[in-house]
Every structure is written in C-alpha cells, then in structure tokens.
Design a protein around this ligand. Structure first.
Ligand code: MRU
Length: 351
C-alpha cells in the first residue's frame, strides 16, 4: 500500500489518485473496493495479483479493466522471457472476468503490437480522448435542468479516462446545465452508492440515491427525463450487457416512455457476436447477495443466484452514444457502420 486517507464522513480534500498507473516495475491502481471511505493505492507485480485485482473488483468498469489488462501484458512480457509461460500468465489476466469485451480487446491489441508498453500507453491515452468525445456527443441529449437516472458506476475510475455515461452527466454539469441525478445504489456491490454518488458529490452535482427497487416509483413520480448507463459488451444487433438491473431499468423506461441511452466506446462493441444471447454472463459468489462486507444478512450458506450482468434487448435502447457520435436504430445498419469507421489511434495520429 502506498497511500491511505480517511474521508471520515466529510468531503475528501485530497486529489483522487488515478485509477491505473504504469509504475515501471509494477502497475499501481486505486482500490475501488474501499471507496469512498478510504483511498488506498496498491501495486500489482504478478499475473496472480493482476488477476486478483480484476476478479475482486479492486479495478473495475469495462474500459478500466481493459487499460489495466493492457499494462498487465506489457509488465508480464518484461518479466517472463519464456513464451509458453508468458502466454499462460496472459491467459490468467484475460480470463479474470468474462463479460466485458474491453479486457480481451485490449490484451489482444497489446499482444499484436511491436512495442507492448507503447501500445498500452496508447490505449490509455485514447480512452481519455474517447470519453471526451462521448461526453460531447451526448450534449444534444441532455437538456438544461434534466433529471437523469443512472445505474452502477461509469465515471473516471471505471474507464481510466473521464467516464462514459457519468462522464456525459459531468460534462453537462460543467456546461452549466444543472442536471439532477437519481443514482441507483446497484446491489449487491453498491457501485452506485459508493462510487457514483461520491463522484457526483465531489463534482458538486445534485444527486439523489435510491435503492434499485425504487427505480419504478422514481420514474413514475420524479419526472425522470432520461436514463443513461454504460455497457460491458454490445452485440452487433445492439443487445447490451451491463450491470445487473440495467435490463429492468430499460423495461421500466419503455413503460414510462422515458428515453434509454447507452454510452460506450467502440471497444465495448463485439462485432463478432450476432446477438446478446451468446454474451457470457459472469456469475459471482452467493456471499455477495447474502451480505455486504463483514455484515451477513441471510442465513449462513444461503443459496443465491448472483449474475453480475444482464442483457438488455436492442429494441429497448433509444440510442447509443459513442466517440463517433449517436447511433440510432436500425442497429443492424448503424452498428456495422460504426465498425467501418477509422480507429481512434489512426484519428489521433492524423491530427
Ligand atoms: O462489475 P463492474 O462494477 O465492473 O460493472 C461495471 C458496469 O457494469 C459498467 O456499467 C460498465 O463496465 C461500463 S464502465 C464505463
């Protein structure tokens, strides 16, 4: 551990460290499990530690685990000369979480490059630019004084950049649009309560925390203008995997005729998958449902189904917000069109 600070129930005055940082012989990362009450920076120096950080959600959010995995591959290459051992170590990192396609995408991009560290650094730098473009693209969807519902956490710590869905909200706030945000707590690991509410309050944005099961009444009584969430994997037809609960929100939004937007970079689109049916859904331990941290709520050994993600069918999604602009239905045309666009590294190097 390098760094530790206690919030003690008051607003932190320190600058939050970066989500992920290359540190030469290690990768430093902010441990998202202990936020917002403690700020702890840790170091990963082995495949086992890289895998553990991703698996335990110390590093989380689809683009952020992509950046972390990219640096991880560069680190492992600098340590392991034997090719078979290196491939086995990389497989541990790539397989640490199955749903977010960004991890596989980033690992493969680094593996196929000539200079692995330079490629990982490029992925990290591009993510900042991608997030900025997503936020700009969403500006036309967010009116002044909008009331917005969001789920899970899609801010800077989830991307190692500026954030996707939450980035669009923070951008609107910086533009003086005064958004009000309903934040679903996001059972069972409370990314909404712990991270999104924290990031919004740090930025001085008006936020209201609700339990996930209050989403319906919030939409019925609180004049929600739009829902915006992130994504972990989007199939070629627009079916979208994101934090469990997203599918239910999309159904509720359709019932209440509220636009439902997904903000995600192109690296979250899996152009090889025709529909969401084949997206692998991570199932996590029953312990996460039966309690939180040290506190147990259910009987010891309680049986639980704990999918970390669900898949929202394409017809419930009003539009996608990407770094290439807004994609609307029919997704059978707009998503293949996205695939044909020049990639961000080409765009950045041509500037
Ligand atoms: O299990 P998590 O916390 O990694 O899940 C994160 C999400 O579902 C996010 O919405 C998604 O990764 C997009 S992050 C910009």
């Amino acid at each position: 551990m390098l760094y530790r600070a206690r919030a003690g129930g008051v607003r932190l005055t320190i600058e939050t460290p970066e989500a992920v940082r290359w540190a030469g012989n290690a990768i430093e990362y902010l441990d998202q499990r202990s936020l917002p009450h403690e700020t702890i920076v840790r170091r990963a120096v082995s495949a086992e530690q890289l895998e553990d950080a991703i698996r335990t959600l110390a590093v989380r959010g689809a683009p952020c685990i992509g950046v972390f995995g990219a640096y991880g591959v560069a680190l492992l290459r600098s340590q392991i000369a034997d090719d078979a051992k290196f491939q086995a170590a990389v497989a541990r990192v790539r397989g640490a979480r199955p749903t977010a396609v960004n991890l596989r995408w980033a690992v493969e991009r680094v593996l196929n490059s000539k200079d692995m560290l330079a490629e990982a650094q490029a992925i990290h730098a591009e993510q900042r630019e991608v997030d900025r473009r997503i936020a700009e693209a969403a500006a036309e969807l967010i009116e002044r004084d909008a009331t917005i519902y969001t789920h899970c956490h899609t801010g800077s710590l989830a991307t190692a950049g500026g954030g996707t869905a939450l980035g669009t909200i923070l951008f609107a706030a910086r533009a003086g649009k005064r958004p009000h945000v309903f934040v679903g707590e996001t059972r069972p690991l409370l990314q909404g309560a712990r991270l999104t509410y924290y990031e919004l309050s740090q930025a001085g944005v008006d936020a209201t925390l609700v339990v996930d099961s209050a989403a319906a009444i919030s939409m019925q009584r609180k004049e929600i203008d739009l829902v915006i969430v992130g994504a972990d994997r989007i199939a070629r037809n627009g079916d979208t995997a994101n934090k469990v609960g997203t599918y239910g929100l999309a159904i509720l939004a359709a019932h209440h005729r509220i636009p439902f937007y997904v903000a995600a970079p192109r690296s979250t689109f899996d152009f090889d998958l025709a529909t969401g049916r084949d997206i692998p859904i991570e199932e996590r331990s029953a312990d996460e449902v039966a309690g939180f941290g040290e506190t147990r709520s259910a009987l010891p050994g309680a049986n639980a189904y704990n999918p970390a993600f669900d898949v929202t069918p394409n017809h419930l999604i009003t539009a996608f917000v990407t770094e290439y602009g807004i994609l609307r239905p029919p997704y059978g045309e707009s998503i293949p069109d996205l695939q044909m666009r020049p990639n961000m590294s080409a765009l950045l190097s041509s500037r």
